[in-house]
Ligand binder design. Structure first.
Ligand code: GLP
Length: 276
């Protein structure tokens, strides 16, 4: 696991955006592998990354013509097994609206290259299985960009999720409902309790995973995931087992790490810079 630390959220987002652009530009489409496959999150942390990707696209530094995307999560239309919430795809709180507002509407990605879990599908379980199949059909995910929940979740894989899990319906943890309530007028009772999410194993099968985490409210979860052991109680810690995982943090997000951990990861960067 690589940990990159930047002074503030802007610098961390810039690092991530430039890394993604570098990967897309380095990708050479071939008949057997025509698309770069990018996994994407929602949430506040990636917003700056999306805005920088848009800025670089407008400046002609990157194109998304050869990019296929898969979003990590979706909220279904049921708050629990029998209470209809109904978040139509064009609802401002739907993740589809979020992705179009912050990213897709502003770049040259083809609509048919955008994949989002349909939370309003009549057969949600079939929807989840089909999503995994779609990922396989395009040759797997090249780079998954993710965030972390304050409880250590990745996507919506809450504490206790199987580390071998795949795309499925998950019950959201109370702290996630509280975090999501900001989009529902701060009323936790209006927040859907279930979500569709790719699994931990789905993330682990990506060729590369990059996580952006900023702010002091992520510090404790990050400390557990970076310095603690691999545990299903902190699903993001599974990235310790991934050959190409990188966490990009701002200083505040490192607040609960040991000084020696922070110094070590900072030193790895300066050594890499010195040795090229
Ligand atoms: C949601 C998303 C996660 C994201 C997390 C953190 O739970 N499903 O993918 O990592 O929010 O979001 P934020 O960046 O807003 O703190």
């Amino acid at each position: 696991m690589r940990v990159v630390i930047r002074d503030n959220p802007e610098a961390a987002s810039q690092y991530v955006a430039e890394h993604i652009i570098h990967r897309i530009n380095a990708f050479k489409p071939a008949p057997f592998k025509p698309f770069f496959v990018l996994g994407l999150p929602t949430g506040d942390s990636p917003k700056r990354v999306y805005s920088l990707l848009v800025k670089h696209y407008k400046a002609g530094h990157v194109s998304f013509k050869n990019v296929v995307t898969f979003n990590m999560v979706s909220l279904p239309s049921l708050r629990n097994k029998d209470e209809y919430v109904g978040i139509p795809e064009d609802h401002p709180q739907s993740y589809r609206s979020f992705m179009y507002e912050y990213f897709f509407s502003h770049v040259d990605i083809a609509p048919e290259h955008i994949n989002l879990l349909n939370g309003n599908s009549l057969d949600i379980h079939a929807e989840c299985l089909e999503y995994e199949e779609k990922i396989k059909r395009v040759g797997g995910v090249d780079l998954f960009l993710g965030g972390i929940g304050p409880n250590g979740h990745i996507a919506f894989n809450e504490p206790g999720s199987s580390l071998a899990s795949r795309t499925r319906v998950k019950t959201l943890a109370h702290e996630t409902l509280l975090a999501n309530s900001r989009s529902f007028g701060s009323d936790v009772h209006r927040v859907p309790r279930l979500a569709l999410t790719i699994g931990v194993q789905t993330v682990m099968e990506a060729r590369e995973v990059v996580v952006i985490a900023t702010g002091a409210n992520k510090a404790l979860a990050l400390q557990k995931c970076i310095e603690g052991g691999v545990s299903h109680m902190r699903p993001l810690s599974s990235l310790q087992m991934h050959p190409y995982a990188m966490l990009v943090l701002d200083e505040e997000a490192t607040l609960d790490l040991q000084v020696s951990t922070v110094k070590y990861f900072k030193s790895t960067e300066s050594v890499m810079n010195e040795t090229g």
